[in-house]
Design a binder for this molecule. Structure first.
Ligand SMILES: Nc1ncnc2c1ncn2[C@@H]1O[C@H](COP(=O)(O)OP(=O)(O)O)[C@@H](O)[C@H]1O
Ligand SMILES: [Mg+2]
Length: 1079
């Protein structure tokens, strides 16, 4: 049986007092103190949580902590309020048991904080979602609103709740919050008009004055000064650690979240302001003629402002403060109020105004947080009621508060001590009774209908005649004197005891938590809670919707002459209902303990704690727990819950449930001392056994879930499979049908095709036969016809010429030619003689014609071109042509000359005065004049000479002087020799025997060789009387020099000679001209 037992492991002291050994009050306190000093403020007594107020914030409420405690067993982790909250929430959610969290303790022990922690824990672990979060937020935010209006600083607690609060949080079946209902119990309204020393009025007054904007304050006609208001105590206007301004903003924000409209908030603040104003209204006495004093309002300014705020007519309220109307049996009597009565009326109005406003706030919040769904819901109630209070001066409020605490203690006793012990006896479990103090007797003293204190107070209040607090005390003295928990001066006196600590106007009750001395002053008034009808009617007349709502009894239509129920009566009734409500729920206790009276951290006042532990009955609680059993359950539900843990009981046990449980326990081998069998219930001693069972059950449930899952999955898969199979058959049948249909259609189609083919074939066969027959018949006819034709042609052939073919041929050719010529005409190339283009030949057979036409066309266009020439130009071209005929492809120099125009007269001799003599010697027209080199016969060197050519002569003259050197008639020139190379050498060979030949031939060199030779040739060819001049082109020729013939030989010069032509005499017979290789 392995269960986590963190309660025993690593624990400071003992986490669960039940395990404390030895159990004495000292060890109990020692343990609490030890844990407290180590910041362990929570300790268990079984499932009850003891909480010590640390008076400082501890890091144990983080979200991580929430996660840690979530869904964990109660005893698994160290004691914490979260463990209790989790346990309560889970049994609510999983076991469908309504829960209540009862938080008890003295004022300042940490009840309110604890209730907030529980709520915030539940909010953190329950469901999530937009809607749920809104509900949670509203539930949580209702706290700051109620705290602002219902809490105040007291000497015990800076944030003491001055009202009782019980909140039901409603959940749906999943455990998601749906909403809530808040019940409030008796606000301590006397605080509105008067606060004990060192205490404050309700927070909201201070929050409003310090937190509201200037604008708001102006609207509310207030000033930001606490000292200006009579109802606000000055001595602790500011509390350290309490930021009123910031809290005001928090409250406004919370009101907004809870769902208050802007105008509602405004109305609420107006009422708060009105209470403050009311406090400032003061009265003064004014003597009347009848000797009575009548009150008058001192300064009407506050009254005026208050009336403006609430929309009340000033005169109405003023009257209500001065007169009191008593109605009885159709009679109306008006009496004036004296100053004391006026003050009383004022304070009563203020108290009523405020307490009714508070109740309205609760109602309004309830409207907002009300669960919407009408479905059945589970409920978790959180009770945070005022703690037991003992002040120096205790009044009606303390009496009521302490009464309430008595009742709570009763419930605790009922459920944890009495009920439990009685149950053991009832169930026949062996049990030794544990003594404890049952406070039922005190409850009886207070609430007994015949002679209870509350009943007597009511009686006093309703009694005709003069009723005062003293008459009430007298009554108590007569009736309760013998009660062992009641003491007063008189009752003691009657026992001949003289107790000076007990003043005359007081009585003392020995509460379960201690003796409290109550002063009777104000009991009657406070119980009556009387508000003069004039005031409530004045309020009802207000032009302010909220005020009107708060004072419905002021409506003159609904005048009710019956007395309203007294405050004590009301409270008793509501406490009764509350107790009834709590008893239906599963209780979870948080018992808050105050470690010291100074609100100080780290201080553990042993006697104070001991006192609280005693009256809370904690020791008895532990004893009962130790002797008793932690857990019990009727046999049926127990069997139902755990039957899966044993084969014999699962799934059904036939037989009595008790036997089933016995079988179960034996099967699980739970040690016999761990449990007992009662008459109708099984009792389990140790929570560990329960956890063991729960753990097993959880495991088993998981296995069962797996089994169910398995079977379900199998079933699901199988149904799916069957469905698939069924579907498959349907699909297959449909498909087969479809396939067969297709196949059939195909076969049908094929048959038709085959059929058609056969038919076609047959038909064709038939057709062929028929055709053949027909052809045979035709053939016969044709043959006959041909035969006849032949016969006829044979007969007539001689009459025809077979020339049709030739005609057709000619015609075709003609057409082709025509087309060809027309085509050619349209595509003729340009007239430029150098244009080489020519359209393509269309037919091969036109090859020759095409080429010829191209030639003709070219010649023609050349002719056309030439025809544009002038005579001179013509001559030039003729000369060029002649040059071409002479030299083209024969002399390498030629190509370079083509581009040079034949200028003829390069020297302009006639114009040059230097050559005047020469020009006069040459009487004919000069065809060419140029400077040439005459090659010296002796050494091959050249000397410049003027070369002049006329129609008849060649003249050589000195270049400088122009002196004639030789004049050779052209008739004497036999031939001209040149080389085939690029040089300008030429030899003028003279006719042998002529006059000129005496000196020998001329070997010359000129840059214009081609022009000179051409011109020479041309002149000779044009002269009719001469034969044509011979032009020899050879690389080796002979030249006649005087006597000898010298051979002039042209060789390709070696590169070292450079690019110039050089001539050298090699020997007597050889002149070598070296010509650079033409590039
Ligand atoms: N768990 C806690 N952690 C820290 N401070 C606490 C805790 N409980 C109470 N207190 C302090 O004690 C003060 C009084 O607690 P409160 O719950 O108002 O007492 P009660 O409601 O019992 O009169 C709180 O204002 C807070 O300062
Ligand atoms: Mg409180």
């Amino acid at each position: 049986m392995e269960v986590k037992t963190s309660l025993l492991d690593n624990m400071i002291g003992v986490g669960d007092m039940v395990l404390l050994e030895p159990l004495t009050e000292d060890s109990f306190l020692e343990n609490l103190k030890k844990r407290f000093n180590h910041n362990e403020i929570y300790t268990y007594i079984g499932s009850v949580v003891i909480s010590l107020n640390p008076y400082r914030s501890l890091p144990i409420y983080t979200p991580d902590k929430v996660e840690e405690y979530r869904n964990r067993n109660f005893y698994e982790l160290s004691p914490h309020i979260y463990a209790l909250a989790d346990e309560a929430y889970r049994s609510l959610r999983d076991q469908d048991k309504d829960q209540c969290i009862l938080i008890t303790g003295e004022s300042g022990a940490g009840k309110t904080e604890a209730s907030k922690l529980v709520m915030s824990y539940v909010a953190a672990v329950c469901g999530k979602g937009q809607e749920v979060n809104k509900v949670k937020e509203q539930l949580l935010q209702s706290n700051p609103v109620l705290e602002a209006f219902g809490n105040a600083k007291t000497v015990r607690n800076d944030n003491s709740s001055r009202f009782g609060k019980y909140m039901d949080i409603e959940f749906d079946f999943k455990g998601d919050p749906l909403g809530g209902v808040i019940s409030n119990y008796l606000l301590e309204k006397s605080r509105v008009v008067k606060q004990p020393r060192g205490e404050r009025n309700f927070h909201i007054f201070y929050q409003l004055l310090s937190g509201a904007s200037d604008d708001t304050l102006k609207k509310l006609k207030l000033e930001r000064d606490v000292s200006k208001y009579n109802y606000l105590s000055l001595d602790s206007a500011t509390v350290s650690g309490l930021d009123d301004a910031a809290n005001f903003r928090t409250v406004r924000n919370a009101m907004q979240i809870v769902g208050f409209m802007e105008d509602e908030m405004q109305s609420v603040l107006e009422l708060v302001a009105a209470v403050l104003k009311l406090g400032n209204i003061e009265f003064k006495p004014e003597s009347r003629c009848n000797g009575m004093d009548e009150s008058r309002i001192k300064d009407k300014n506050d009254l005026k402002e208050m009336c403006e705020l609430l929309g009340i007519e000033q005169s109405v309220l003023e009257r209500a403060f001065s007169y009191r109307t008593v109605e009885a049996k159709m009679e109306k009597v008006s009496t004036t109020l004296n100053v004391a009565q006026a003050y009383y009326a004022r304070d009563a109005l203020a108290k009523n105004l405020y307490s009714r406003l508070f109740s309205w706030l609760v109602t309004r919040i309830n409207e907002s947080i009300k669960a919407q769904a009408k479905t059945r819901h589970k409920v978790m109630g959180v009770l945070d009621i005022y703690g037991f209070e003992i002040f120096e001066d205790n009044s009606f409020e303390q009496f009521i508060i302490n009464y309430c605490n008595e009742k709570l203690q009763q419930i605790f006793i009922e459920l944890t001590l009495r009920e439990e012990q009685e149950e053991y006896v009832r169930e026949g479990i062996e049990w030794t009774n544990i003594e404890y103090f049952n406070n039922a007797i005190i409850c009886g003293l207070i609430e007994n209908n015949q002679n209870g204190i509350l009943a007597m107070l009511d009686e006093e209040c309703l009694r005709p005649g003069t009723v005062t607090d003293e008459t009430f005390l007298d009554k108590l003295n007569t009736i309760c004197a013998d009660h062992q928990h009641f003491e007063s001066r008189l009752s003691k006196n009657s026992k001949f005891l003289n107790d000076h600590s007990l003043p005359h106007n007081c009585f003392r009750i020995q509460h379960y938590a201690g003796k409290v001395l109550y002063r009777v002053e104000g009991f009657v008034d406070k119980n009556n809670d009387l508000l003069y009808r004039d005031l409530s009617q004045a309020m009802y007349k207000a032009n302010h919707s909220l005020i009107k709502q708060l004072f419905p009894e002021g409506n003159p239509v609904k005048v009710n002459l019956k007395r309203p129920p007294t405050a004590g009566f009301q409270f008793k009734a509501s406490v009764g209902t509350l107790m009834g409500n709590l008893q239906t729920k599963n209780p979870n206790y948080i018992r808050c303990i105050k470690p010291n009276d100074k609100k100080a951290s780290h201080v553990f006042n042993e006697s104070l704690v001991c006192h609280q532990a005693r009256y809370l009955g904690l020791m008895e609680n532990i004893r009962v727990r130790r002797a008793g059993y932690a857990f019990r359950q009727a046999y049926e539900p127990c069997l139902e819950r755990y039957k899966m843990l044993c084969k014999n009981t699962w799934p059904h046990w036939k037989g009595p449930a008790r036997q089933g449980v016995e079988v179960l326990m034996t099967d699980l081998q739970v040690p016999a001392e761990e449990f007992s069998y009662g008459r109708s219930k099984i009792f389990i001693r140790n929570p560990r056994t329960l956890f063991f069972l729960e753990e097993k059950r959880k495991q088993c449930l998981e296995d069962l879930a797996t089994l169910i899952q398995k079977i379900y999955r199998g079933w699901k898969c199988r149904s799916h499979f069957l469905l698939l199979k069924k579907s498959q058959i349907v699909v297959a049948s449909w498909y087969r049908r479809y396939a067969q249909q297709k196949k059939y259609q195909k076969i049908k189609h094929a048959t038709t095709v085959v059929q058609s083919y056969t038919r076609g074939w047959q038909a064709r066969k038939l057709l062929r036969e028929l055709k053949y027959q027909k052809k045979c018949e035709e053939a016969v006819t044709t043959i006959a016809a041909f035969w006849h034709g032949t016969q006829v042609r044979r007969e007539y052939r001689k009459f025809f010429r077979a020339n049709a073919g030739k005609k057709i041929y000619n015609f075709t050719i003609q057409r082709i030619m025509q087309k060809y010529f027309l085509g050619l005409k349209s595509k003729l190339p340009s007239m430029s003689p150098i244009d080489k283009t020519w359209p393509a030949r269309p037919y091969l057979f036109l090859d020759g014609v095409h080429a010829e036409l191209r030639r003709i066309f070219h010649l023609w266009r050349c002719k056309k071109y030439r025809s544009q020439f002038t005579e001179e130009k013509k001559a030039v071209y003729e000369e060029k042509l002649e040059a071409s005929e002479l030299f083209k492809d024969k002399k390498a120099l030629y190509p370079s000359s083509v581009r040079q125009p034949f200028k003829g007269d390069y020297l302009e001799i006639s114009k040059n005065p230097k050559y005047q003599k020469l020009s006069s010697a040459v009487d004919e027209k000069i065809l060419l004049a140029d400077v040439v080199n005459k090659i010296n016969r002796a050494n091959g060197k050249g000397s410049p000479r003027l070369f002049v050519l006329t129609k008849k002569n060649v003249v050589l003259a000195d270049q400088k002087t122009g002196q004639l050197k030789a004049n050779v008639p052209l008739t004497d020139v036999a031939s001209v020799s040149t080389s085939s190379q690029t040089d300008g050498f030429f030899a003028l060979k003279l006719k042998e025997g002529s006059a000129s030949a005496v000196k020998g031939d001329f070997l010359l060199s000129s840059d214009h060789l081609i022009e000179i030779v051409t011109k020479l040739h041309r002149i000779s060819s044009m002269a009719a009387d001469r034969e044509k001049l011979n032009i020899d082109i050879s690389d080796e020729f002979l030249v006649q020099f005087k006597q000898d013939k010298v051979c002039v030989k042209f060789i390709h010069g070696s590169p070292k000679n450079g690019n110039s032509v050089s001539c050298k005499r090699k020997n007597n017979r050889l002149l070598e001209v070296s010509v650079p290789a033409s590039s």
